[in-house]
Design a binder for this molecule. Structure first.
Ligand code: SF4
Ligand code: SF4
Length: 363
């Protein structure tokens, strides 16, 4: 296992993190807790959960595992979250998480799921940020952090307000242009970076032919290629992977153990391929952010990627939960095609809109 510094906290976290949102059989609390123990014994020390994950069973699974994990002579970190904008609601949720997780202190507590800058302002106004900082003073939280779906330039703004020690964000070979700026800002400000969705929601591994370019060496499989690409970024502290079972852990650990750093030329070749030659798919570069009626074009076109390659989850859920919008957001489109002129991938955006409407109507 490879361990990296989490920002300037002095904590050494495993590059592979345990994402507690994909248990195969979450109703089996004890059996699922054993998967965490297996991860800890395999060298993983960063464990991420949230209220609501796996039908709200995930924190209970973690709490059951934590009782056993404390008996082992091993260091580990627990991360959980609250998306409550209201300070007292957040505090109530935090106290509940502490009980469920069987800990006196949460190592990394995320101001969760910051979707837009208005949302971020709401977290401050509603008292959520203050409640997190107060809990840190009381020792209930060790490190306040935030998790976000914001574009990189907005992540930089939140980072530079200096409330947090780290950021949890979605990042993969597909969407790196969208968040790169946020990762750079975290590095410049000595903050930890936890990457969610390193496989692009399964899109990369489910479409090995389209993503074959990500393997720079013959010996790599597609999973190696996707994770090794991220591991080359020194600013990334942890890659969170949603483990279903012990076998998933063994596979991911083997991938991490086989990592050999790429040259700059190899990394840039992959980046250039994604930026210039990645036909058909939206890379969420956001160059289409030119809409005169303020339609967030990239949110719809990225969702429409699911029509061109296999991806997890419904398109509607992607729009709703990942992007915080819905298909009626396209109603104001005047078909001026300014977004198409700006698209780096030269995608037929209006066609994608129509395909998406039909597909969502059919789901
Ligand atoms: S075609 Fe529609 S989405 Fe694109 S810029 Fe014009 S109004 Fe906006
Ligand atoms: S639609 Fe085109 S310009 Fe917009 S984010 Fe996707 S690839 Fe980039």
């Amino acid at each position: 296992m490879i361990y990296r510094e989490y920002g300037n906290t002095g904590e050494k976290v495993s590059i592979l993190g345990f994402g507690g949102m994909r248990f195969e059989n979450p109703s089996d609390i004890a059996g699922s807790a054993e998967i965490l123990l297996h991860a800890l014994n395999s060298g993983i020390n960063y464990f991420d959960t949230a209220p609501g994950y796996c039908g709200d069973k995930s924190e209970d699974i973690f709490g059951t595992a934590v009782k056993e994990m404390k008996k082992l002579d091993k260091n580990f970190y627990i991360s959980t979250k609250s998306s409550q904008p209201d300070g007292s609601e957040l505090r109530r949720q935090l106290e509940n998480s502490l009980k469920r997780l069987n800990v006196d202190q949460i190592d990394f507590y995320n101001c969760w799921y910051v979707l837009t800058m208005e949302d971020w302002e709401g977290r401050k106004k509603g008292g959520a940020v203050e409640a997190i900082l107060q809990a840190e003073k009381e020792g209930l939280i060790k490190y306040p952090v935030f998790s976000t779906h914001l574009p990189g330039s907005d992540i930089r703004k939140v980072i530079e307000e200096n409330y947090f020690k780290g950021v949890t964000l979605g990042y993969s070979a597909i969407n790196f242009p969208f968040r790169e700026e946020g990762i750079l800002a975290a590095g410049e400000n000595n903050m930890g970076v936890v990457v969610m969705n390193p496989l692009g929601g399964g899109t990369i591994t489910q479409n090995p032919d389209s993503f074959d370019f990500i393997r720079v060496r013959q010996s790599q499989n597609i999973l190696d290629g996707a994770l090794h690409f991220l591991m080359n970024n020194k600013n990334i502290s942890v890659m969170l992977t949603g483990f279903r079972n012990k076998n998933d852990i063994d596979t991911a650990v083997a991938t991490v153990d086989s990592f050999k750093p790429y040259t700059n030329v190899e990394v840039n070749k992959i980046k250039k391929h994604i930026e210039n030659d990645f036909n058909n798919l939206c890379t969420t570069c956001m160059y289409c952010n030119v809409c005169p009626v303020d339609i967030p074009v990239w949110k719809f076109v990225e969702t429409a990627n699911g029509l061109y390659c296999d991806a997890d989850g419904s398109l509607n859920d992607r729009l709703k939960y990942h992007w915080g919008t819905n298909i009626s957001g396209l109603d104001s489109c005047t078909e001026c095609r300014l977004c198409e002129d700006a698209c780096t991938q030269h995608l037929p955006i209006l066609e994608r809109f129509e395909e998406l409407k039909v597909a969502i109507g059919d789901q």
